[in-house]
Write a protein that binds this ligand. Sequence first.
Ligand code: ATP
Ligand code: MG
Length: 491
Amino acid sequence: MPTPLLTPPPECLAILQTLRSHGHTAYLCGGCVRDALLGRPAKDYDIATAATPEQVEALFDKTIPVGKAFGVMIVVAGESHYEVATFRSDLAYIDGRRPEGVVFSSPEEDAARRDFPMNALFYDPFTDEVVDYVGGRDDIRRRLVRAVGDPAGRFREDNLRLLRAIRFAARTGFAIEDATWRAVVDLSALAATVSPERIAQETETMLLDGQSRQAFSLLHESGLLAVILPEVAAMAGVEQPPDFHPEGDVWEHTLILLGLADRAVRGDYRPASPDQPDVPAGMDRGEFSPDDYAAAVRDCRDALTPWQQTTLAWAGLLHDIGKPDTFSVSDRIRFNNHDLLGAEMAVTVLTRLHRSRRVVDGVYDLIRRHIHFSTLRKMRKSKLCRWLQDGSFPMHLELHRLDCESSHRMLANWFFGVQAWREEQARPPEPEPLLRGGELVALGLPPGPEIGKILAAVEDARLEGTVSTPDEALALARKLAGLDADRSTSG
Ligand code: ATP
Ligand code: MG
């Protein structure tokens, strides 16, 4: 027997089987069918059925009425949750956002209410048959994103679909069909009605999907970017000094950066080849072989937690948003303090999009320090050590690499940072502190902030290597506290 297109987990098949045995048509639908035809793994398995929510409720032990009025139920099967939605048609739309209500209908009508034909396919796992009412398979064959029905009408109904068209085009690498593209361009202003949370969800998914360069190019070309992220769109056409930025204007630089970030997100850590069209002419990487380079990028990426990956992705997109407003020409084009302004603007953008506090703070820190990274080699050892020990360091390293690779391609600071970070990680765990607050109190110092300052200075001296034993630490503390001023000047 040939391998079936899709093999859902047994508990999912059992749900379909239960629905069928009670006389209700039931299929797998949406993303999982599309992804199977694209040869990609399914993210989740959604079910569409003729059974009403009440019937679904009655048939299964454990259900959650997540959107019962709209026909959407969750069936809980062991650890897994399956969305089981009743075939439906939408009533008239209000506000360009949601229908007034729904009426339960047939699979054919249910396909017609979906956004793009490739998302409107059903699959019968018992017969291995794809049920296609709107030409979804043809679109996949022709590599096209096309609206179901009249594109302008469908985008007007639900303005979020404008962003979904871009997201699916970028993810699949498909072209957007002409009439659909024209409607996206003509109606781009309607994206202003999409809620900040949904804009954030869509754009963040685009950033983390491994095709963010394509997604943001399309957002820009369609006019959507100027509506949803005007601060980002403003980078287009802002000239840069050609010596440091042979790649072009600030937007071009940002797009190249996104393309390089995409490679890493897709697990490709090798240095981009200089003759690759999306990368400016190469500089010699001297110190690192391509394998060393890939290993270093992998180490950085592996060190990132999920929220740090999100933070890094936003920082890459936003790191230069301070440039349009700080553009000036003196000896050359300059963007004085664009790091500070950009960090503040990023906070405004991400707060507007309701991103979490730690992502907002993380992006602020990355952007505010993205220029300082070049001073790494001149930093005091104690300051450098503190930074290397900070869990955010791999994000800084990676943003710096992406920023350099998408412009002048000089990587000496990155090489230095990678090596210093690895040495710091290889260092044996911190010994017991050389000195504790209690010992200072015993010397007669009053408890309070002064003691904290002295302990920090002693720790700095330990990191610098000028103090290494408890006696030396105590002597330094006494000196800093002014307890033996008489002796401190004699040597
Ligand atoms: P992903 O892999 O990103 O989850 P998906 O296709 O599963 O992709 P969902 O957002 O989970 O997308 O939606 C599930 C299905 O619901 C889609 O495949 C599509 O058929 C339909 N759908 C979702 N949002 C809309 C919308 N705004 N307008 C019309 N149909 C939609
Ligand atoms: Mg989905």
